[in-house]
Design a protein around this ligand. Structure first.
Ligand code: IYR
Length: 223
């Protein structure tokens, strides 16, 4: 096809032999099954370039109509981390003590979480992921975006994968309410906080909860 709106896939796609594909799939699985969500971070610095490349990976994610409805704010400034820490702990205190959330709190027992969030100050990076819910046109009107949740979820998954692949650890942290992040980080109203992805090295003494993944047969069927 000669059309300047299309490129040949051969410029980017690589075809492997079946043997090599099998090996790659198996090795990647072995790499990814070692990933654990970590809640105790070291203060050891991480070069910014590593995080930048992980974000470049995330930004290759597919998205509805290729709108790429995401914005990543990488927080390393201790005074901004302190503000986020303070607000988040206030909100989590409400979450862990309110009558209305007690069933939810019960469901989290195995994770041993609580309202104290020291990692927001110790980890070198808080990657605050914002979903662009709609576009803001210069005339003030809204531009509809498509499959924003799906798109941002995929990009976040790829970011988590890239961070693990780089030898760092991450924590998918979602404060009970997240509106305070727009204020602290001066993000516009069309952006909704999706998650804080905490990234860095695990603390030397870090432990993870003894939890398991569902059996493969339970979560898959081939028809
Ligand atoms: N945001 C709280 C509660 C929490 C909620 C879920 I869903 C988790 O998987 C883990 C924790 C907290 O971070 O403590």
């Amino acid at each position: 096809m000669s059309n300047k709106e299309f490129l040949s896939l051969s410029k980017t796609y690589r075809k492997y032999s079946i043997d090599i594909s099998e090996q790659r799939a198996s090795e990647f699985f072995k790499e990814m099954r070692r990933r654990r969500t970590v809640r105790d971070f070291s203060t050891r610095p991480v070069p910014r370039g590593i995080i930048e490349n992980c974000l470049r990976t995330a930004a290759t994610a597919p998205s509805g109509a290729n709108i790429q409805p995401w914005n990543f704010v990488v927080v390393s400034d201790p005074s901004v981390k302190r503000q986020i820490h303070e607000e988040a702990e206030k909100i989590e205190h409400e979450f862990y003590t309110a009558e209305a959330t007690q069933k939810w709190v019960e469901a989290l027992k195995a994770l041993h979480t609580g309202p104290s969030k020291p990692f927001l100050k110790t980890a070198p990076y808080l990657i605050v992921i914002f979903a662009e819910l709609y576009g803001l046109l210069p005339n003030g009107k809204k531009q509809k975006y498509y499959y924003v949740k799906e798109s941002i979820g995929i990009a976040t998954g790829m970011l988590i994968t890239a961070i693990h692949h780089a030898g760092l650890a991450s924590l998918t942290y979602t404060p009970y309410k997240m509106g305070f992040l727009n204020k602290i980080l001066s993000r516009p109203v069309n952006e909704k906080p999706f998650m804080i992805l905490v990234a860095g090295y695990p603390a030397d003494e870090a432990v993870v909860p003894n939890i398991t993944r569902k059996p493969f047969e339970e979560i898959t069927s081939f028809v």
